[in-house]
Design a protein around this ligand. Structure first.
Ligand SMILES: [Zn+2]
Ligand SMILES: [Zn+2]
Length: 256
């Protein structure tokens, strides 16, 4: 399958934790030769975070994207999206936001519940270690929680792209927390790919991972091969948080 390297399906602006405006990201995309981008800021959340969009900003965000769509219509296709969070306890909140109508909604997990509070899977190493401790230093248990939550998110049918699928491995260099070659891990991933397929979703190749400790895209190459075998559509995502990162590593990411 040929992946379109001229489309970037995932990026953040200053509406959430990015540093560029919608216009900055658009100009950057044009300058690196892209034909289409999707603006996907982090959805608002009903609790305090350092990265999510404010709930009151969502209509302004939508209007600003619409204005950019019109202004750049003959130079770049701009899609309106969000990077969603799947947290079962806030399902009505999530459904309401999805109901506003979007071109694209990425389903990602950043937070898992633990110890009465939400903890980031892909935040700092300290935070990941806290989550690991809360799962009894049991990597299998932690991965099961993560992938089963993802599967539950996909099963809602609300989303169309699976975001940074194996970001749980951000700090797992040399398999120090869990063995990604084990049968149990591969089977969790396989079940997760199966739910992506069942929902008719696409899987993103997230090149933002090249800036993380393992210096590689999410997901791992073997997962991409499994997705290809299952005929799951692939899309490229820079997960850019600044204009310089739009379309980053799109030409260095292998032969898919
Ligand atoms: Zn994310
Ligand atoms: Zn993102």
């Amino acid at each position: 399958m040929q992946i379109d390297r001229h489309c970037d399906f995932h990026m953040h602006t200053s509406y959430s934790d990015g540093t560029g405006s919608i216009e900055d990201m658009t100009e950057a995309a044009i300058s690196v030769g892209l034909r289409q981008i999707t603006i996907t800021d982090h959805m608002p959340l009903p609790f305090a975070t350092y990265y999510a969009m404010e709930r009151e900003q969502i209509q302004t965000y939508r209007r600003e994207i619409s204005a950019a769509q019109r202004r750049y219509s003959n130079r770049l296709q701009i899609k309106m999206g969000l990077e969603m969070e799947y947290i079962e306890t806030i399902s009505p909140w999530i459904e309401e936001i999805c109901g506003l109508g979007w071109d694209s909604l990425i389903c990602s997990i950043h937070y898992l519940p633990g110890d009465g509070q939400m903890r980031l899977v892909n935040g700092s190493l300290t935070e990941f270690n806290a989550l690991y401790e809360l799962h009894g230093r049991d990597g299998h248990k932690l991965c099961r929680t993560y992938y089963e939550t993802l599967q539950a998110g996909y099963a809602t049918g609300l989303f169309n792209i699976a975001g940074h699928l194996d970001v749980i491995n951000k700090y797992n260099s040399a398999n120090i927390y869990f063995d990604e070659d084990s049968t149990w891990y591969r089977s969790l991933v396989d079940d997760t790919l199966e739910s992506i397929k069942q929902q008719g979703m696409s899987l993103e190749i997230n090149t933002g991972g090249f800036n993380h400790p393992k210096s590689q895209q999410y997901p791992n190459r073997w997962i991409i091969d499994r997705a290809l075998a299952k005929r799951i559509p692939l899309v490229l995502s820079s997960d850019a948080h600044n204009p310089q990162s739009v379309g980053q590593h799109f030409n260095t990411t292998g032969s898919w």
